[in-house]
Design a protein around this ligand. Structure first.
Ligand code: UD1
Ligand code: UDP
Length: 368
């Protein structure tokens, strides 16, 4: 029997791959094997638990303050024996993390075909986001099957010379996940705390933003929240100790900003759906917010998700304190501007991406 292996290791990959694991496991055409790298430990386990998935393999590579060298070399060497033992017909990787890149490299060394979920996103700036743009372009060099979320990502791949019959527009599996999490009856004590105020959701973690840019981001947020008494913010903070230290230094002492542990994805999506607006440098949240009609100020200089900008829901505000301050303040004070960005449009698919990917794999792996 043919074998499909999935490899993932961070929170966002897990959120977008777990629905696919579930779909693939319903198919009898092939065996599905799950390998996690453990690039994230707690934040990965949180998602696995929510989706009730027990991996077949766990490389458990995470180290505190790990470097890109640590992640890449540990995955590369750990993956070899698993790939040799399982000899999968295809390995599915997701997006652009170092787990994705290192898994792809290991498969390339062993001549194992790669299927790339969320293929074709681009900024064409290798240092922004860093190292993700390099990672995803590197995967595209060797990937056999490219599951592009949108026509735009498909066109990026075509322009780079990928063969049309290797590219499948499926929608983004993020929307499949989102369909299962939001509930109208959802309640949480933190939402009670914020009730009666405009709720701002904050996340930040990008490697290229650590240090000065992140200090600027937090200073701008702090100033606006200090000045607007009708606003409360919830910041489920990433587990990176560098992020935690900066947030503690700049945001501490404002009791209308609650810094809390990372939320389970069900909680987080429901918080987003009840928020007034979102400030983030995350990739995945840029896909979720347009579906929810929540304005997002993207604290980055580039985005690989221009669909959300075209839809009007996202605005790139960079990492300068004054620009973030002005844009955040504008959205709080100018209703017209706020309404203009609050339209719920969803450029990322209908929530059936996993089914499409599974169908394609059934067809492609059929004995011909
Ligand atoms: C990684 C990905 C990034 C993705 C992000 C999602 C790379 C190079 N980066 O970045 O593309 O957007 O995940 O969040 O692949 N930590 C914990 N527990 C956890 C997770 C992280 O303690 O569950 C701490 C550890 O000290 C770890 C550090 O955070 O060393 C950074 O984690 P790492 O995976 O290297 O980078 P991220 O910034 O999370
Ligand atoms: N998310 C979550 N809990 C949180 C913060 C984020 O479940 O406390 C989810 C969010 O809905 C999105 C994903 O994590 O699906 C984004 O992950 P992250 O920002 O860490 O990574 P990126 O998308 O930037 O790679």
């Amino acid at each position: 029997m043919k074998k499909v292996m999935l490899s993932f290791g961070t929170r966002p990959e897990a959120i977008k791959m777990c629905p696919l694991v579930k779909e693939l496991k319903t198919r009898n055409d092939f065996k599905t094997v799950v390998c996690v790298t453990g690039q994230h430990r707690q934040m990965l386990d949180q998602v696995l638990k929510t989706f009730d998935i027990v991996p077949d393999y766990d490389l458990d590579i995470m180290k505190d303050r790990q470097t890109l060298f640590d992640i890449t070399t540990n995955i590369l060497s750990g993956m070899k024996s698993i790939l040799e033992k399982e000899a999968p017909d295809v390995v599915l990787v997701h997006g652009d993390t170092s787990t994705t890149f290192a898994t792809t490299l290991a498969c390339f060394y062993l001549h194992i075909p790669i299927g790339h979920v969320e293929a074709g996103l681009r900024t064409y700036d290798a240092f922004s986001p860093y190292p993700e743009e390099f990672n995803r372009q590197a995967v595209s060099i060797v990937s056999k099957y490219n599951f592009a979320p949108t026509e735009l990502s498909k066109n990026n791949l075509l322009n780079e010379g990928k063969k049309a019959d290797s590219i499948f527009v499926t929608g983004n599996t993020a929307i499949d996940a989102l369909k299962t999490t939001i509930s109208p009856n959802y309640k949480h004590p933190m939402l009670d705390w914020a009730s009666g105020s405009k709720l701002i959701m904050i996340t930040a973690h990008r490697r290229e933003n650590l240090g000065e840019p992140m200090i600027n981001m937090f200073k701008a947020i702090r100033r606006v929240i200090d000045e607007h008494k009708d606003v409360k913010a919830i910041y489920p903070i990433h587990m990176n100790p560098v992020v935690r230290k900066t947030a503690d230094e700049v945001l501490k002492g404002e009791n209308r900003i609650q810094i809390i542990e990372p939320l389970d994805v069900v909680d987080f999506h429901n918080f987003l759906s009840r928020s007034y607006l979102i400030l983030t440098d995350s990739g995945g949240i840029q896909e979720e917010a347009p579906s929810l009609g929540k304005p997002v100020l993207v604290m980055r200089n580039t985005t690989e998700r221009p669909e959300g900008i075209a839809a009007g829901t996202l605005r790139l505000v960079g990492t300068e304190e004054s620009v973030i301050y002005d844009s955040f303040k504008l959205l709080l004070e100018n209703q017209k501007e706020y309404d203009r960005m609050s339209n719920a449009t969803n450029p990322y698919g209908d929530g059936f991406a996993c089914k499409r990917i599974a169908d394609i794999l059934c067809n492609e792996l059929k004995e011909k």
